[in-house]
Design a binder for this molecule. Structure first.
Ligand code: PRP
Length: 180
């Protein structure tokens, strides 16, 4: 199915609203990790734009580092099966370190839950999760979010890192997409 079957319908979250919320998240994180080294671990590709804005909003007293993980979920592209295949692991050794796992969206929560367990096994000093968007209607796991940007209804959203078939990640706002 090509992207031609889908079109941008309306903006759900403007760049201004997103930016203000990220400032609040960054202020909370800065307060809690002042003076500490903190490894932000983004899940490619969707988290790239959110994480790059988040780390630039932090107080300079946080010693922020950046690393990335790439995974692919098995099964069909729009429904997460929970089985996650590691495509690229992070490079940083996280034992005894403070880590925040960063995602653009938590849908069923299976991807984040799997990655959290995997990183916990490496013995970080602390491991927290930070997600820009949560769809509570789709959630299949217990609450695992420490920092949440927005809770949103179960709509197909793109922009600000989120894609449909690789498209629309570069949109500054978050849009709802409809099939036509
Ligand atoms: C999205 C998102 C999460 C996952 C969430 O990634 O970035 O990794 O799906 O779904 P879940 O909560 O149901 O597990 P996607 O597979 O679309 O890859 P991308 O980040 O490269 O767009």
């Amino acid at each position: 199915m090509g992207t031609d079957d889908y079109e941008l319908d309306h903006i759900m979250l403007t760049q201004d609203v997103i930016s203000k919320r990220i400032s609040e998240l960054a202020a909370s994180i800065s307060e809690e990790y002042r003076g500490e080294e903190l490894i932000f671990t983004g899940v490619l590709k969707g988290a790239v734009i959110f994480m790059s804005d988040l780390v630039r909003s932090l107080d300079l007293s946080v010693d922020a580092r950046m690393d990335f993980i790439a995974v692919s979920s098995y099964g069909n592209a729009s429904t997460s099966s929970g089985a996650v295949k590691m495509i690229k692991d992070m490079d940083t050794y996280i034992a005894d370190k403070h880590v925040i796992l960063v995602e653009d969206i938590m849908d069923t929560g299976l991807t984040l839950s799997y990655l959290r367990e995997m990183l916990m096994a490496r013995g970080p000093e602390t491991l927290r999760t930070c997600v820009l968007l949560e769809k509570p209607d789709r959630k299949k796991v217990d609450s695992i979010l420490d920092y949440r940007g927005f809770t949103i209804p179960d709509e197909f959203v793109v922009g600000y890192g989120l894609d449909y078939a690789g498209k629309w990640r570069n949109l500054p706002d978050i849009w709802c997409v409809t099939k036509h």
